[in-house]
Design a protein. Sequence first.
Length: 378
Amino acid sequence: RPKIRGAWSDLTLDSEKKICITSSSSSSSSSSSMDKQQSQQIECIVCGDKSSGKHYGQFTCEGCKSFFKRSVRRNLTYTCRANRNCPVDQHHRNQCQYCRLKKCLKVGMRREAVQRGRIPTQSYHGQFALTNGDPLQCHSYLSGYISLLLRAEPYPTSRFGSQCLQNNNIMGIENICELAARMLFSAVEWARNIPFFPDLQVPDQVALLRLTWSELFVLNAAQCSMPVHVAPLLAAAGLHASPMSADRVVAFMDHIRVFQEQVEKLKVLQVDSAEYSCIKAVVLFTTDACGLSDVAHVESLQEKSQCALEEYVRSQYPNQPNRFGKLLLRLPSLRTVSSSVIEQLFFVRLVGKTPIETLIRDMLLSGSSFSWPYMPIQ
């Protein structure tokens, strides 16, 4: 699941590549072409993954290149929790940053080769334009990134479910289904409008949302303080209308309890809107999705989002040094809430046997013009 530790590459990667291409001479282009041909047969000298070319003096993958660049530019110091001899390979490279950087230097990656401050004059949607060519500070940049994540939210959090709540805070079946539909649509619409996601190939967008929709749903449920009561949930799932064995009822109750626990644990942390946006981006940009066309790029987007969250938490909650770790530790447990259970609890009355994955694809492609298949409330 989401990487608890990992490299972070700045968001100017593609632009930097373009700068390198447009400013290179014919001889350097020829050299670059040779490097590219060689890299197709050469493994990353640091972790053994597929090399993408020669970076800072050695053939490395995109992940190790980005990690080294980030470490040098920000002059980061890491600590090894073991004996300073941790394995650094394709599967363990994110586990110990100290040993990863140590190996980068040991195999000959050069600090002096990292060009500092080379940032394009214009970046995503023109939000981060430079003034007089001055380097853009990391904190300022990340603040802008988080602002775009927040701006992508289709519904104000305070009004997310206010119209669905009744005086006794117990929601009826119709209101539960309505709020659930709104939260699912919100997750997809948010993804469609955040930085970099729309630039991915459509099959990759679909794959990411199909895998993570249930986790995004749980996060939205916690963010809007969705009341989670057993009786109306069981009714919404149709358990009152069809005979069910006692064992199955108990199992279903257990699934509801798991859902309740995940929502409550997030509420206890008092996660703010900016943190929720970053967490959702970390969840969305997962390399666990099958068939991604560019896994390294998706991984870099996840790491960017994780770094944005870390910087935000450290600046906004300086008296809570463990807060960032606590937030990340909540992410793996989100998958304990079964997507099929969420589908049964909240959507079967709305869409019947239509797979949620099909609806998600339709939402993604249709946007605001999407209309729900109507199933009468029984």
